[in-house]
Design a protein around this ligand. Structure first.
Ligand SMILES: Nc1nc2c(ncn2[C@@H]2O[C@H](COP(=O)(O)OP(=O)(O)O)[C@@H](O)[C@H]2O)c(=O)[nH]1
Ligand SMILES: [Mg+2]
Length: 393
C-alpha cells in the first residue's frame, strides 16, 4: 500500500537520516511522525518508526543507569552469535518452546504450564553431526508483538537478528491460526519467510557520487525516472542504489525506511501425542501447501526430534568446509560453516581478514571435480564437504 507522504514528511525524513546523535534522532523521529498522515497506507511505517524510537529510548535509559549498576529492567534484545547459524525459536506461549530446548540442547530452561515464563531470549547450542546451531528461545509471540506489546521488541528483534527461524505451533490448539499470527507479526516487522523476487540496497556512504541507480533486473510497475524521482523526493541525492531481480516502486519506498529481510524458516508442530493432533496436522499441511517444511513432533514422547537438525541444516543453506594445512595429511575435523554459494574468498575472509590479501591459490578436494585436488582462485564456488588447502604468497 502506498504511503503517499507529503513533502514535509519527506523533508523531515531527510533530517532523521542526517543525524546519528540519539537524542536528536529521537526528536527528529517525533517530528517526522507528526508530519506523517494517519491512514491505512502509513500504518506499517508508523509502527516501524515507533519501534525504532523505543530502541533508542531503551538504549539511552541503559546508558543512564550504567554508572548506577542498575539495569533498565527491560528485556535483552539480542544475543551474540555463536556456532554455524543462529536460529530464533518463535511461538505463542505454552506451545513447547522450552520443552524443545530441554530435549535438544544444552540449555537450562524452565518448562512450565504457566504462560509467559520466558521474558528474555534464551540461547542454547544444538549439535547436528559436526555442526553447532545456536537456538534462541524468543519471548512468546502475541497479537501485537510487532507493535512492541509485551516483550514484542525482543521477540521480533531475535527474529531479525537470526539467520533462520523456527515457527513452533501447538497441534492441540488451532495450529493454522497460530501460524498465521506468527507470520503476520513477522511481516509487520518486515521479516519475510519466502525468498524475495528482488533486492534493493541503498548505500549512502558515498558522497559526491550524486545519485546513481544501478539496475540489474526489472522494475515491475515503474520507470527508472520514477525511481529516481522518488529517491530525490526523500532528499536522497548522493548515494549508490543497487536494484536486482524484480522490484516494485512500493518496495523501493520501503527500502528507504528499513530494508525488508528474508529469513529461511521451518515449522515445528508439537504435541503430536494429544488427541486430535493428527487431524490438526493435516489441516496445517493443507494450509501451508508445501511452502515451508513442517516437522511434527512430541516433546513429551520424544517423537520426531531427530528430524530437527537435518531440517535446519537443509533449509538454512549451510555448507561445511574442511580446511587443511599445506603438507598436513588430514583436514581439520572442525569445519568452517558458510552460506550456500560462498566462494573461496568468503572462506578466506572468515578464516582471517588478512587472508584474502595474502591468498595465492587454493587446492580443493571434492568428488564433483574431474581433477581432485583442483587448483582454484578466489571466485571458486564451494560446496558442502569440500576440503580446501589455502596457499599464501
Ligand atoms: N502433551 C504434551 N505437552 C507438552 C509437550 N511439549 C510441552 N508440553 C507442555 O506444554 C507446557 C508448556 O511447555 P513449555 O515448553 O514451557 O512452553 P513454552 O511456553 O512454549 O516455552 C508444559 O506444561 C509442557 O509440559 C508435548 O509434546 N505434548
Ligand atoms: Mg518457554
Amino acid at each position: 500500500m502506498p504511503t503517499n507522504l507529503p513533502p514535509e514528511a519527506k523533508d523531515k525524513w531527510a533530517e532523521v537520516e542526517a543525524t546519528n546523535e540519539p537524542k536528536l534522532k529521537l526528536q527528529k523521529y517525533q517530528e517526522f511522525l507528526a508530519a506523517v498522515p494517519q491512514h491505512k497506507g502509513t500504518m506499517k511505517l508508523r509502527g516501524q518508526i515507533k519501534k525504532k524510537m523505543a530502541v533508542i529510548r531503551k538504549d539511552l535509559d541503559d546508558k543512564k543507569r550504567k554508572g548506577t549498576g542498575k539495569s533498565s529492567g527491560g528485556p535483552k534484545l539480542f544475543v551474540e552469535k555463536e556456532g554455524a547459524a543462529q536460529v530464533a525459536l518463535l511461538g505463542m506461549t505454552n506451545v513447547g518452546k522450552s520443552s524443545l530446548l530441554a530435549a535438544l540442547t544444552n540449555a537450562k530452561v524452565e518448562v512450565s504450564p504457566v504462560p509467559f515464563t520466558s521474558h528474555e531470549p534464551v540461547p542454547s547450542i544444538m549439535s547436528y553431526q559436526d555442526i553447532r546451531f545456536q537456538i534462541i528461545e524468543a519471548p512468546a509471540m502475541i497479537e501485537g508483538s510487532a507493535d512492541g506489546k509485551l516483550w514484542g521488541m525482543s521477540t521480533l528483534g531475535s527474529a531479525r537478528n537470526a539467520d533462520g527461524i523456527i515457527l513452533m505451533v501447538d497441534l492441540s490448539n488451532n495450529p493454522v491460526a497460530q501460524l498465521d499470527l506468527l507470520r503476520e507479526e513477522l511481516e509487520k516487522s518486515r521479516v519475510m519467510l519466502s525468498k524475495p523476487k528482488g533486492r534493493i540496497e541503498i548505500d549512502r556512504r558515498h558522497t559526491g557520487v550524486s545519485l546513481r541507480v544501478i539496475l540489474v533486473g526489472k522494475l515491475v510497475d515503474c520507470t527508472m525516472k520514477e525511481v529516481e524521482a522518488l529517491l530525490r523526493s526523500y532528499r536522497i541525492s548522493d548515494a549508490i542504489v543497487k536494484i536486482s531481480g524484480e522490484v516494485t516502486l512500493d518496495e523501493v519506498e520501503d527500502a528507504i525506511f528499513e530494508s525488508t529481510i528474508y529469513r529461511p524458516a521451518i515449522i515445528i508442530a508439537n504435541k503430536l501425542d494429544i488427541q486430535g493432533a493428527e487431524a490438526n496436522l493435516k489441516r496445517l499441511q493443507a494450509h501451508v501447501a508445501g511452502k515451508l517444511p513442517i516437522i511434527a513432533i512430541s516433546c513429551e514422547q520424544e517423537r520426531g526430534l531427530e528430524q530437527v537438525g537435518e531440517a535446519l541444516f537443509k533449509n538454512l543453506d549451510t555448507i561445511r568446509i574442511y580446511t587443511k594445512e599445506p603438507g598436513a595429511k588430514a583436514p581439520s575435523t572442525n569445519p568452517f560453516t558458510l552460506k550456500r554459494g560462498a566462494t573461496l574468498q568468503d572462506l578466506a575472509k572468515s578464516i582471517h581478514g588478512e587472508f584474502v590479501k595474502d591468498f595465492a591459490f587454493a587446492r580443493v578436494w571434492a568428488k564433483r571435480l574431474v581433477f581432485s585436488p583442483q587448483k582454484a582462485g578466489l571466485s571458486f564456488v564451494l560446496e558442502d564437504g569440500d576440503i580446501v588447502e589455502i596457499h599464501t604468497k
